[in-house]
Ligand binder design. Sequence first.
Ligand SMILES: Cc1cc2nc3c(=O)[nH]c(=O)nc-3n(C[C@H](O)[C@H](O)[C@H](O)COP(=O)(O)OP(=O)(O)OC[C@H]3O[C@@H](n4cnc5c(N)ncnc54)[C@H](O)[C@@H]3O)c2cc1C
Length: 287
Amino acid sequence: MEKQKMHSRTFSFEFFPPKTPEGEANLWRALEDLKGLEPGFVSVTYGAGGSTRDRTVELVTHIKERTGIEAMAHLTCVGHTRDELKAVLDTLAAAKLDNVLALRGDPPKGETAFVAAAGGFRYASELTEFIHQGDYRFCVGAACYPEGHVETHSRDDDLKHLKLKVDAGADFLITQLFFDNAFYFDFVERARRAGINVPIVPGIMPITNFEQIQRFLRMCGATMPMRLQLQLERVKDDHEAVMQLGVAHATVQCMELLARGVPGIHFYTLNRSPATRMIVGALQLRG
Ligand SMILES: Cc1cc2nc3c(=O)[nH]c(=O)nc-3n(C[C@H](O)[C@H](O)[C@H](O)COP(=O)(O)OP(=O)(O)OC[C@H]3O[C@@H](n4cnc5c(N)ncnc54)[C@H](O)[C@@H]3O)c2cc1C
């Protein structure tokens, strides 16, 4: 994908590598289903460890070959030496993949603090710099956090670190999920004031399951507006009602984001298509 293509206003969909044959079948069904919405790209997450890591590289390659959709691999520093990261990047480059999302990654399960691997990187900015110093032509994306990264003590420090990441070569940013657009708009304003001028693509997660979203929020430190939380609590055991509420909330969020000129919207699909399809379908109908 050309750099400017990634920067044009576009919908993108994020998937994770499934662990079972049933999950694999679901993923391909979701991809086929969402293909008609003409995503600018899809992305595949990189597991905290173990076998799904190889699956990320395999999957992005297969997705591009099988569907023709541009696919972006996420890549984290967790447990990797520079040589290992270089090997992954070489494989992605050989498969003619144009985009990579450079991340530090979360501490592995059971560990509370991130520890860099011997001969590896401490921060995503170091991985970003490494990619740029290599002989690659990747368009490099990176993560950002409208409500502040969960480990950070100060949102100002978080922004300073983000500036380092952009200066190291991040071409665009994708945000952590958020449910109140005010966080996004305020964040973009502060980022611009801090001299961060790359596109900041909002990441939207349609809520489809009450318990699951509470777990995600605890993990990533993002918040939910009290009104939405109360509405969800009232219907939490009714799967269909939770999904309807989630779709309605995300649609309203996206309408405002698009009206105010965001460069695109990245959907965290969790490998399921119906909610994302309903939201994007509604947005496309509005033109
Ligand atoms: C869009 C998106 C996609 C994601 N995909 C994945 C995935 O596929 N796999 C996965 O495991 N995780 C994924 N994550 C989660 C991500 O790995 C975690 O949020 C992780 O804790 C931080 O990664 P980062 O790349 O933002 O780290 P960094 O940018 O390195 O920041 C991590 C922390 O270090 C601080 N920091 C950065 N630089 C410095 C510095 N120079 N000095 C001091 N402190 C510093 C930051 O303020 C922040 O608190 C994703 C997150 C997002 C938003």
